[in-house]
Write a protein that binds this ligand. Structure first.
Ligand SMILES: Cc1cc2nc3c(=O)[nH]c(=O)nc-3n(C[C@H](O)[C@H](O)[C@H](O)COP(=O)(O)O)c2cc1C
Length: 163
């Protein structure tokens, strides 16, 4: 079995979440967390499950994640179970009502990434997930590390019990 968590991160919060998810999904031999800029073609060889995570930036995934997903071929995705996550600002940490409503209205990265992957044949294994950061640079909102570990376990359970 080979699983991969591909992520991008500017301030380190998405990296922390990605690593916790990978650790909760299985052993280091089974699951790796790799930053999207460090990804090599062999990481995708014989892959069975792919998790993609991105910070939400202007309602979307980061440019590097977008390019990675756009470059994935249908022939690769058709063989893969997939899910996605993002990090996003905790709206309660934004003082301006206007900015809060602007950010809250445009959606988040995870669903948008998953939609693209499923469109090209990826088989969704669990619903996409969002993790909160306090302010733009973090730290992660209280409880989000546990949330990440629980979500990683959930992915693994879904994989082990799939029909
Ligand atoms: C330029 C910029 C745009 C952002 N846009 C959004 C957004 O649309 N929605 C949101 O919830 N958070 C937004 N954020 C907050 C990021 O989601 C937050 O910085 C990120 O989750 C931190 O993850 P990282 O430490 O892995 O970079 C934005 C941050 C920056 C710097």
């Amino acid at each position: 079995m080979k699983m991969l968590v591909v992520y991008d991160s500017f301030f380190g919060n998405t990296a922390t979440i990605a690593k916790l998810i990978a650790e909760s999904m299985g052993t280091a031999d089974e699951v790796k967390a790799v930053r999207v800029v460090d990804l090599r073609p062999e990481h995708l060889d014989n892959l069975e499950l792919l998790v993609v995570g991105s910070p939400t930036r202007s309602w979307r995934p980061s440019a590097s994640v977008m390019i990675f997903v756009q470059d994935l071929k249908r022939s690769q995705l058709e063989k893969l179970y997939v899910t996605t996550f993002d990090t996003r600002i905790d709206l309660n940490t934004i003082k301006s009502k206007f900015t809060r409503s602007l950010i809250g209205r445009g959606g988040y990265a995870a669903k948008k990434i998953l939609k693209k992957m499923v469109k090209k044949g990826g088989k969704p294994i669990v619903e996409p997930m969002g993790f909160l950061v306090d302010g733009t640079e973090g730290p992660l909102h209280e409880g989000e590390k546990n949330h990440a570990m629980n979500w990683g376990k959930k992915i693994r359970e879904a994989y082990d019990t799939k029909p």
